[in-house]
Design a protein around this ligand. Structure first.
Ligand SMILES: Nc1ncnc2c1ncn2[C@@H]1O[C@H](COP(=O)(O)OP(=O)(O)OP(=O)(O)O)[C@@H](O)[C@H]1O
Ligand SMILES: O=C(O)[C@H](O)CO
Ligand SMILES: [Mg+2]
Length: 439
């Protein structure tokens, strides 16, 4: 442990980011000895396939594809990858496309068509690697027959605005799409496939991450209809027609676990929030802290969750529980912010500000909530440093912490006191981590 909790927190954060880097996640999950490819607990003989293809979608497509290219070398026949504008790169055998996120655009459709064309030429002697990361739902968009891209965009946009959960949003997306909800598995059938998945969803549900294009879909047209009713959504005539046909069984629902489509599909989670917490704990232990990981599935209103961390910090200072100091208490997940003000901020910065308001004067503690993608909300900060002195500092620069929290203006608060956590875009995303240090 150093005398400076901040430098320890920075150290822990950088360990998290390198530990969940998509390139290393793939290399950790896949190893090669001659023609044997070991993936998780399974083993594949790559000489038994005619062609090996790669299909990648999501914000981590490039790094994941690079790793697989490195492993497969000349055994890779080719592939298609799609990622967000500005996240591209160059690969030897893989065509990389860039598309719109979070609002899908025409390039996302072109990318999906390219992926479909590749999959349709595969056969039973081929192996396809699917490299899946968060953001894939928007980046690879192929509306079902009869549904237009603008139908797709307007409905998913509405859902985002009314605060629907990712599970609900993706239930809608899966039913409007030809590639999501098992759609790619259907196109790839009867080839063998290996999906490597980097999770950005709480609890790692494979059918929700990137809208589960290679796994059986649990959601149905009935669920679709319930979501429409819950949020009182107005549907375009084409979408309304599709749901009616779906409910009547005229149009087939997304592929379910029965039947042969998924028989040769293998799925491996290569990185998630739990791994981030594991990396954090490992480093904190090396630094000399007693550690406790609370959960990797924290959800709820950001400012409320922060009050729980503040209560833990006070308990630590007063009673040295639940751990004797020096202590590092960790959690991960994704909180929500009901935005009421016009300020700038993110979930993590909002948590940090709420924590600061609750722990004024508390000595030798530090709370650092951080977005693992390096961008907390629409800001250039990953999170912020909050401690017992944050409020004193804000008084010195004449800003009002409570008013800024009311305006959801946490970015301004931490910028003014010089306590933003800036990492730059990290190239990965396994949600947020919350680090509480007690010196
Ligand atoms: N002023 C604000 N204060 C606090 N939180 C905000 C503010 N503005 C936006 N947010 C939050 O930021 C989130 C959007 O950030 P971002 O674009 O990083 O999305 P995300 O949910 O992290 O998705 P992704 O996985 O694509 O990064 C929303 O959950 C929203 O509640
Ligand atoms: O793309 C998506 O659907 C979200 O990022 C969740 O994985
Ligand atoms: Mg984000």
């Amino acid at each position: 442990m150093s005398d400076d909790l901040r430098s320890d927190a920075r150290d822990i954060v950088s360990n998290i980011i390198s530990g969940v880097d998509p390139f290393s996640c793939v290399l950790r999950a896949v190893s090669r000895e001659g023609d044997r490819l070991n993936v998780g607990a399974d083993s594949f003989d790559i000489s038994s396939y005619e062609n090996i293809y790669l299909v990648a979608f999501g914000k981590a497509s490039v790094a994941m594809s690079k790793a697989l290219e490195e492993i497969l070398g000349d055994d890779l026949s080719g592939g298609c990858a799609v990622t967000k504008y500005g996240f591209g790169g160059s690969l030897k055998k893989v065509n990389i496309m860039e598309a719109g996120h979070p609002i899908p655009d025409k390039n996302g459709v072109i990318a999906a068509e390219c992926i479909r064309d590749l999959l349709e030429k595969t056969g039973s002697k081929d192996l396809v690697f699917f490299l899946i990361s968060g953001g894939g739902s928007a980046l690879m968009t192929l509306p079902r027959k009869g549904i237009s891209l603008s139908d797709f965009i307007s409905l998913t946009n509405k859902l985002m605005r009314v605060g629907a959960t990712i599970d609900e949003i993706n239930t809608i997306r899966k039913h409007l799409s030809a590639v999501k909800g098992g759609g790619l598995a259907k196109m790839a059938y009867p080839s063998e496939s290996i999906s490597l998945i980097l999770s950005d969803v709480v609890g790692d549900p494979l059918d929700v991450i990137s809208s589960g294009p290679t796994v059986p879909d649990r959601s149905t047209f009935e669920d679709f209809q319930q979501i429409v009713e819950k949020y009182d959504l107005k549907l375009s005539p084409a979408v309304e027609g599709l749901v009616e046909d779906g409910l009547e069984g005229v149009v087939e629902d997304t592929p379910k676990s029965e039947g042969p489509v998924f028989e040769r599909c293998h799925h491996y989670l290569v990185g998630n929030n739990s791994l981030a917490l594991h990396e954090a704990e490992k480093r904190a232990k090396e630094l000399g802290y007693n550690t406790l990981v609370l959960t990797s599935s924290l959800v709820g209103e950001a400012s409320e969750i922060a009050r729980v961390f503040a209560a833990i910090a006070r308990e630590e200072r007063k009673e040295s529980r639940p751990l004797s100091p020096p202590a590092c208490i960790l959690a991960g997940g994704e909180t929500t912010v009901r935005i009421k003000g016009k300020g700038k901020g993110g979930r993590c910065q909002e948590m940090a500000l709420s924590f600061a308001l609750e722990t004024r004067g508390l000595e030798n503690i530090l709370f650092v909530p951080a977005a693992t993608d390096g961008n907390d909300g629409p800001t250039d900060a990953a999170g912020a440093f909050a401690d017992g002195y944050s409020l004193e500092k804000s008084k010195n620069v004449h800003i009002d912490a409570k008013a800024l929290l009311r305006q959801n203006n946490s970015y301004e608060f931490f910028r003014e006191i010089g306590d933003l956590l800036i990492t730059g875009p990290t190239g990965t995303n396994v949600m947020d981590v919350y680090i509480l240090l007690i010196g």
